[in-house]
Design a protein around this ligand. Structure first.
Ligand code: ATP
Ligand code: MG
Length: 439
């Protein structure tokens, strides 16, 4: 049948030759495949263990939300909302967006599920993919993964901030992450920050001509973000700017001293970095960022801080809150750079069988072994023993169970340890016992 002619009912038209191309994952997205996924699983399991030990419960959230939720919480002025979100019209003409982060959704869920009725604070963690249309590069993707923890409600006790930071450091420690540095700062609250922001604005205006266009714009829209600038030629000027630490109100200064004392009490090492800001109104007091080794310029693996004003902004009751988001992709990259790759997952047992009777026994043995928790490879077609052992080696199997019709008749099974070549005979029962002890 020639291409492009009409087809009978139910027949799909054949694509033209140039349309029969290979598909590729969308720019900025990628597949995570074995054995690397074993490392992802280990990281996520460790997060679950550590966070559970600190009294956090898991929350699972939708991957898309109303665009307004992000616009209102993250802010229209930010890069994330103004140009990086994947937004589309849903059927009923409401605009929805793939989530660029999880905090807004956690807050929405807290309000929607009436969690303010629960004993406070409510401690929640979640993980999964986030989406931002950024320029892809090492450690920066359009679909990336975050591990997120939030403490919602409760008091302003510095122990809450310090315990949250202790937890993320304990998590990184348990994973063996190297070159971990914690930066902290206090950015004041709605009483003292506005005065500082105004002072900063005035000082920045004086050097406006020497700043780049982004910073010039931010002097008016959000001067705190200027402190974030990475531009080489702006660094000297920024270093001259007034420090927020000198302009905190007494309550904020007291709270910050408390957080530092609590960190010391917990043996958490930190650096103070007065330029570490979160440039939005609802952020307050303690902010922090953690960097790790082997990541080049994308070296931030975790960002966090207090956001006491956000819940109200989203229509909820006044609720204190703090949290962090870990970039899981970067965390994994740094672990890999540090040589923390999981061992290739080999099989425990490869069953080398020949003959019909042996096959029936093999199927039974495989089922029993798997039920006992062993990873078993049972080839579906007969192959010569030599070939089977070669295959077992390639798969990284520890043992080969050799089953021919002779073994079935005698009831004595041969177990070969592949690394040493040793062979031993077992009955069906003693063989499982042996593996449970040594496997
Ligand atoms: P950055 O300055 O690296 O862009 P950010 O301030 O945008 O980070 P947050 O929104 O605070 O980051 O997110 C917390 C963490 O999520 C970051 O520290 C980083 O590890 C990770 N992250 C953010 N954006 C991406 C991305 N596009 N790809 C991979 N990881 C990301
Ligand atoms: Mg960013």
């Amino acid at each position: 049948m020639s291409e492009g002619t009409a087809k009978g009912f139910g027949e799909k038209p054949q694509p033209k030759k140039e349309e029969r191309r290979k598909f590729q994952a969308i720019k900025g997205t990628r597949d995570l495949v074995p054995p690397e996924t074993a490392l992802w699983t280990r990281v996520e399991q460790t997060a679950q263990e550590v966070f559970t030990a600190y009294g956090f419960g898991e929350i699972r959230l939708p991957i898309f939300e109303q665009t307004d939720l992000f616009a209102r919480s993250i802010g229209l002025e930010t890069d994330v909302v103004s140009k990086e979100m994947y937004s589309f019209e849903d059927r009923d003409d409401t605009s929805v967006s793939l989530r660029p982060e999880a905090t807004a959704s956690v807050c929405r869920a807290y309000i929607e599920n009436g969690m303010q009725q629960l004993p406070q604070p409510v401690k929640l963690y979640t993980f999964g993919p986030m989406f931002r249309r950024e320029r892809p590069q090492k450690g920066r993707y359009r679909q990336f993964y975050q591990i997120d923890a939030e403490v919602l409600g409760g008091s302003e006790a510095p122990g809450i901030d310090a315990e949250l930071i202790e937890m993320v450091m304990a998590f990184f420690g348990r994973l063996g992450l190297e070159g971990v540095d914690l930066d902290i700062n206090c950015i004041g609250d709605k009483k003292c920050r506005p005065k500082y922001v105004e002072l900063l604005r005035q000082e920045l205006r004086k050097v406006k001509d020497k700043l780049g266009p982004d910073s010039q714009r931010r002097i008016e829209t959000n001067p705190l973000r200027v402190l974030d600038s990475k531009l080489e030629n702006e660094q000297k000027l920024i270093e001259e700017m007034p420090h927020i630490g000198d302009h905190l109100c007494e309550e904020c200064a007291e709270n910050y001293r408390g957080v530092k004392k609590e960190l010391e009490l917990r043996g958490v090492k930190y650096r103070e970095n007065w330029r570490l800001v979160r440039g939005l109104d609802y952020y307050s007091r303690t902010t922090f960022e953690i960097t790790a080794k082997g990541l080049g310029s994308q070296n931030a693996v975790c960002g966090g801080g207090r956001y006491d004003g956000l819940m109200e902004l989203l229509g909820g009751p006044p609720t204190r809150a703090t949290g962090f988001a870990i970039g899981e992709d970067r965390l994994i990259l740094s672990l890999q750079e540090g040589g923390k790759t999981p061992l290739a997952q080999g099989r425990d047992v490869y069953i080398a069988w020949m003959g019909e009777k042996a096959y029936a026994t093999s199927v039974r043995a495989a089922k029993n072994l798997r039920a006992a928790g062993f990873s078993v490879e049972l080839p579906p077609v007969e192959q010569k023993f030599g070939k089977a052992i070669g295959q077992a080696d390639k798969l990284g199997a520890r043992y080969a169970l050799i089953l021919g019709d002779n073994e079935v008749v005698s009831g004595e099974w041969t177990l070969k340890t592949l690394a040493t070549g040793e062979q031993a005979k077992f009955s069906e029962a003693t063989f499982l016992e042996f593996l449970k002890k040594h496997g």
